[in-house]
Design a protein around this ligand. Structure first.
Ligand code: IVH
Length: 752
């Protein structure tokens, strides 16, 4: 960041103000010239905005300067904070990955099993290159391009319509298209264009892009679309979102139709009738990879029949009907110069390798993960060999592995090259950040800092997670600002709730904030507005934002859907606490028994021990039910349940959460389908289903907003019982629960 004078302009003399003003004016005019006419910006958007804000502040404080100003288009108007947001009508999802041929066979098998197809029944797929660029959604209405949006977080993207209009591969008008047509595809840059762009920038001393994907992303996301126009971007169409009439009956047919409409589609797209054909096409594409002229990072397989795609539907973030078969990871060798320990948001101590920089698959890598202390030692906690048993020392010659966007890792070490002075690494048993004990729990490969909230590293990481894109996503409050606020003695942010009390604590026109280096009236006002905007927030985001171990985005959404409000979730967890603890005790007892169990007889005893431990605790029935309800939520289970339970039982953490919740206006998750007659109901399937597989039935019910549970309880609303139903049906009868057969169930949901 260029240094911007932080002082309040009204404290400056006329002369001082004028000197600074003229200097900023010259900077802005040079930056404009470089940006608009030379396509070689030397300031990034944030730097430019900061200079502009200061320039505006000076002009406001000194009317004489305002009159002389040449760079003032809109004094007082907020500087553009970026692109507008666009809510995707159909979410933009990502793809599951396959790495080995066996994963492709598993993909075929799981689809057959889901659809109830035997191994010999026909099932075809398309196979096509996976373009390494950035995805874009183009909305056409009545044949006219009206909107273009980036993927963003999948639900909301950025409005880049003006930029997309400058790309030659993107038609502005379509002949004979459906009234509503959302085209999805990849924006990318060819190797040749990428090299030429970087050469131009190098000549002018401008910023170089690391790879064609970054260059494409940087070029599309330009606030000034005129810059995008001079960047050589291309576009392949491969999919669609919202649609008023179907494009075809098959994926291949739909892609053919997109081609006819004037889109570029990939010429290496092929229809395959077996796993063997898919893998053969993958090999063919892999062989051509180096000469294609653009980056690809794998092959995408899609079920060809669109009817079947519709039946297969989606998991939370990926379709069941498609998968990306990635190319093998890239490898390189380099020296391990040092090992640092980073402390994460859950207290995990993670060893990071500092390397002599090396290029791995076109990207310069100077840091890589070493996972944990066992990985460095080459032995697990029980002494068993891992990674060939070779320990890793500082000074070693090590192999780096990088696959796509995955964090690079140290994969191997060459002992023949070990220098005599290589040093064994001693893993710390105290936290390098706060000095608290760092302990490893039984069965855990990771050592964790026990400092909790007093550990600054954990606190800062938690805060960063809290404001991250999939959590509160507060604009203008990122890692850098949080680090500043964390150490601030006057206006600190140490826990999430501090973010929401910031404005109150800075009463009186934000004087505390706006007088800090790099802050002014506008930026302070923007920050408070951005924070306030996120007081209204969906429950799932709140749960995810808390950064509780094992509670990822998907689990958070599942919990939100199940409980509907923070109060209900907290109540259930409090009620379930004794059962959660009993579960852990029973687990430990079981684990200990298992370790000693060598004979069949002893193994039989394990179950007894476990059941005994649970029943001896004579838990209150409601407690047990609350626990079973929690861990019975699809995708939750005991690990997540225990972690949540521990987090809420921690008094400090609970206090922070309660205070935070009091500051927010938490929105209950919308039932996924309001039309659906089964939205919000709990359904249990038992016995044999004949018209669809169990997986399909479950997925369908969930997509209609029902909760599918594995066991019958008082909370069950409907039991769908097929032939051969047993104890569950009996229990449902006893509890007076509504029982339907498969046809009855299908009739029930037929209206949707
Ligand atoms: S299909 C519902 N086809 O890969 C899934 N995606 O890892 C629709 N991508 O976000 C995606 N080439 O940006 C599809 N031929 C291709 C692709 C492709 C690249 C990207 C896309 C997606 C990401 C998922």
């Amino acid at each position: 960041m260029k240094q911007i004078e932080p002082t309040d302009p009204s404290g400056l003399s006329q002369e001082q103000a004028q000197a600074e003003f003229l200097q900023l004016q010259a900077q802005l005019s040079a930056a404009d010239q470089a940006y608009h006419q030379e396509d070689a910006p030397f300031l990034d958007d944030a730097e430019y905005d900061a200079i502009k804000r200061r320039y505006q502040a000076l002009a406001e404080a000194f009317p004489a300067l305002k009159e002389a100003a040449t760079q003032l288009d809109s004094v007082g108007a907020p500087v553009s904070s970026g692109f507008g947001k666009i809510q995707h009508v159909v979410p933009m999802l990502s793809l599951g990955n396959a790495f080995e041929d066996g994963d492709v066979a598993d993909f075929d098998r799981s689809i057959r099993s889901y659809l109830g197809l035997s191994a010999s029944q026909p099932l075809s797929f398309t196979a096509e290159p996976k373009i390494d660029g950035l995805s874009l959604s183009l909305r056409y209405e009545n044949g006219v391009l009206i909107q273009a949006a980036t993927r963003g977080d999948g639900a909301t993207g950025e409005n880049v319509t003006a930029n997309a209009r400058t790309i030659a591969d993107i038609p502005q008008q379509l002949e004979g298209a459906p009234d509503v047509l959302e085209i999805r595809g990849e924006v990318y840059m060819s190797h040749e264009d990428f090299a030429a762009l970087n050469a131009r920038h190098a000549e002018r001393g401008g910023k170089l892009f690391a790879n064609p994907r970054n260059a494409a992303a940087g070029s599309l996301r330009q606030l000034d679309a005129e810059i995008t126009r001079v960047r050589p971007l291309r576009f392949f169409a491969y999919s669609w979102g919202d649609l008023s009439t179907p494009l075809a009956e098959t994926q291949a047919g739909a892609i053919g139709r997109l081609h006819q409409l004037g889109f570029q589609t990939n010429p290496l797209t092929k229809t395959c009738n077996s796993v063997a054909e898919m893998i053969a096409h993958y090999r063919l594409i892999e062989a051509q990879r180096a000469t294609l002229g653009y980056d690809i990072d794998g092959v995408v397989y899609k079920v060809d029949e669109l009817d079947l795609q519709a039946r297969l539907g989606f998991r939370s973030t990926t379709p069941r009907w498609a998968i990306a078969h990635k190319f093998p990871a890239e490898l390189a060798w380099t020296w391990l110069e040092a090992i640092d320990i980073q402390v994460g948001r859950t207290g995990a101590l993670s060893p990071v390798a500092r390397l002599t920089p090396v290029t791995v698959g076109g990207v310069v890598v100077s840091n890589a993960t070493l996972h944990n202390e066992d990985y460095i030692r080459g032995r697990d906690s029980k002494g068993a060999v891992i990674r060939g048993g070779k320990d890793i020392r500082i000074g070693d010659w090590v192999q780096i592995y990088r696959a796509g966007d995955v964090i690079p890792k140290v994969a191997d070490v060459d002992l023949t090259k070990r220098p005599a002075e290589a040093v064994e690494f001693t893993f710390p048993d105290t936290c390098p950040e706060c000095g608290s004990d760092a302990v490893r729990e039984e069965g855990d490969a990771v050592r964790r800092c026990t400092g909790g909230i007093i550990c600054p590293a954990q606190a800062i990481e938690k805060l960063k997670h809290f404001v991250s894109r999939k959590a509160f996503d507060i604009e203008g409050l990122g890692a850098k600002q949080l680090e500043m606020f964390y150490g601030d003695s006057d206006l600190p942010i140490r826990t999430p709730v501090d973010i929401y009390t910031l404005a109150d604590r800075d009463a009186g026109q934000f004087t505390k904030l706006k007088n800090r280096p790099g802050w002014g009236d506008q930026s302070a006002a923007n920050l408070f507005a951005a924070i306030n905007e996120k007081r209204n927030i969906p429950l799932g985001r709140v749960i995810f934002a808390l950064g509780i171990r094992h509670v990822g985005e998907v689990a958070a959404k599942d919990l939100a859907l199940h409980f509907g409000s923070w109060e209900e979730l907290a109540k259930a967890l409090d009620l379930a606490r004794p059962a959660a603890l009993a579960h852990r005790t029973a687990d430990l007892a079981e684990e200990r028994e298992r370790e000693q169990a060598s004979s069949e007889g002893r193994r039989a005893k394990i179950k007894e021990t476990r059941d005994g431990a649970l029943s001896r605790l004579e838990l209150h029935l409601a407690t047990r039910e609350a626990w079973e309800d929690l861990i019975g939520i699809d995708g939750i289970g005991a690990t997540v349940g225990l972690s949540l339970s521990d987090a809420l039982a921690n008094a400090q953490e609970r206090a922070v959460i309660n205070d935070l919740v009091a500051q927010l206006n938490i929105a209950a998750p919308a039932a996924q389908s309001q039309e659906s007659p089964v939205a919000g109901l709990t359904v249990v399937f038992t016995g044999k289903l004949e018209k669809m597989t169990r997986d399909e039935a479950k997925a369908r019910a969930e997509s209609l907003g029902a909760k599918v549970s594995g066991s019958v309880s008082k909370k069950t609303d409907i039991l769908v019982a097929g032939p051969g139903a047993g104890s569950k049906e009996k229990k449902a009868q006893e509890l007076g629960i509504r029982i339907l057969d498969e046809d009855g169930w299908l009739a029930e949901i037929a209206s949707t």
